[in-house]
Write a protein that binds this ligand. Sequence first.
Ligand SMILES: Cc1cc2nc3c(=O)[nH]c(=O)nc-3n(C[C@H](O)[C@H](O)[C@H](O)COP(=O)(O)O)c2cc1C
Length: 179
Amino acid sequence: MKKVLIVYYSLTGNTRFIAETLKDAMEADLLEIQPIKELNPDSGMKFVWGGAQATMKIKPKLKPIEVNPLEYDLVIIGTPVWAWTITPPIRSFLSMFNLVEKKVALLTCSAGSGDKAMERFKKALKGSDVIGQIKFQFTSQDQAEQEFTGNKVRVKAWASELLENLNGGNSIGTIQEIA
Ligand SMILES: Cc1cc2nc3c(=O)[nH]c(=O)nc-3n(C[C@H](O)[C@H](O)[C@H](O)COP(=O)(O)O)c2cc1C
C-alpha cells in the first residue's frame, strides 16, 4: 500500500475544502501548514501584505510539522495563488524538505487562471517527479456553490488519476534545470 500525504496551506478556506475533499476520495494523511504569524483573512490588507510576501519569496516560520513528508510515496502539495505565484508558507515548507526525486502532485486554488503560478510551482519543485497537476478556480467563498460547480467531481477524478499514475509510474516529467 502506497503512502500518500496531502499537505496544504489555506488562508480563506478554498484550498482546505479541496484538500479535505481529496482526502475523502483517497487514503491519505492530511497536513495543514500554518505560519506562526498569520494574516487576517477578513482584512483587505491581506492582499497587500500577502502579495508583497509572495513576490519577495519570503519564507515565514511555520508552526511545528509533526509528520515527515519524506516517508511518503507521494506528496500532494496544495497552495492558493498569491501574486501569480505560490504562497510564502508553502515556500517555507519546500525549503524544509528535499523533495528531489520524490513523487509529487501539485494543486492550486486561484481567482484567475492560475497558469503562471503553476509554472512557478513546477520550477520550485525542480528535480521532483511531478505525477499530476490541477488548478481550481474560485470566484466566491461560498461552500455550497463550490460543490455545485463540480469541484468535488474533479477532485475525485484527479484522485483516481493520481493513484493510477502512482502505481503505473506515469509522470508528467521531472522538471530539470535548462543548461
Ligand atoms: C494575498 C493574495 C494574493 C492573491 N493573488 C492572486 C493572484 O495573483 N492570482 C489569482 O488568481 N488569485 C489571487 N488571489 C486569490 C486566491 O488565490 C484565491 O482566493 C484562493 O482561492 C484562496 O485560497 P484559500 O481560500 O485556500 O486561501 C490572491 C489572494 C490573496 C489573499
